[in-house]
Write a protein that binds this ligand. Sequence first.
Ligand code: P6P
Length: 336
Amino acid sequence: MTASDRKPIVTVQQHILQDQRKFPGASGEFSWLLSGVTLATKMIQAKVQRAGLSDILGEFGNVNVQGEIQQKLDVYANEVLHHNLSVRESIGILASEENEKPITIKHATPDAKYAVIFDPLDGSSNIDVGVGVGTTFSILKRPENADYHDVDRWLMQPGTKQVAAGYVVYGSSTILVYSVGRGVHGFTLDPAIGAYVLSHEDMRMPEQGKYYSVNEANRDSFSAGYQKFLDNLRHGLNGKRYSSRYIGSMVADVHRTLLKGGIFLYPPTAENPGGKLRLLYEASPIAFLVEQAGGIATDGFRRILEIEPTSIHERTPMAVGSRVEMEELARCLKES
Ligand code: P6P
């Protein structure tokens, strides 16, 4: 195969610019904004892949706003994202899982249009055991009639208002998956050239999968509807048998579900009766991507993207997956 036969390399920056050119009025500011995420996640990846080799392993000792012991990599990832994003003039607010309150970015130009809400390192409790972790991000535009400092108006918007969302999964390879509402695209980091290269164009979730993903240790505290659903999966749906896959890192579990189909769910439990996953920077961006890829994302009853947030760190039950499994879940929950 000669060089001319090979498909051209498309980096994420090229892809965004090509995509934006198709839509009049889109300015290059979004590609500049997203370059802050790509640079930060390359820096995070460089640390994650060496976590076992440097003194960065182990706990940082502090407890974050979630009451979770901060791993050193959480702190590093949070700082790197704040540093790279706060220099983008189009960003006015940054909100992070690691910070109790959002940060308003002081710019020379107060006309910043975007807020970026992120979980710098989801699944970080898995870092010390070499399991995949991830970064999630959600981008909201300042509402027309909200002024620059109206943080609540800017952040307390339902997921349908997201202008973009994505994640980076740091696993056997590092893959950035994002959407601006025109399909979902995946880019694999090529360490040889230090660029995210298009590897999964226009990702579509299969109608039905063969994996279900849930922490079965919580089964006894699931409602009867969830327990019935899981029993039905074990007996097979439409004649299809299922296997259980649960990594314990949402981004890694969702990435597999996006690619292979099936379902990932974190139902209400005795310990987390309102669900464990956070709405604004976990459930919402994931739901945006899943729907863009043809899947369904609910809290068991409501579309995740239609939930009106009331606080930055609020949690929600979450189920995301292929149409067949999600419709079966809805049926079981409705009948219970
Ligand atoms: P459990 C990681 O701490 C996380 O927030 C998600 O990434 C993951 O899906 C979930 O919690 C795992 O929670 O209770 O099953 O250990």
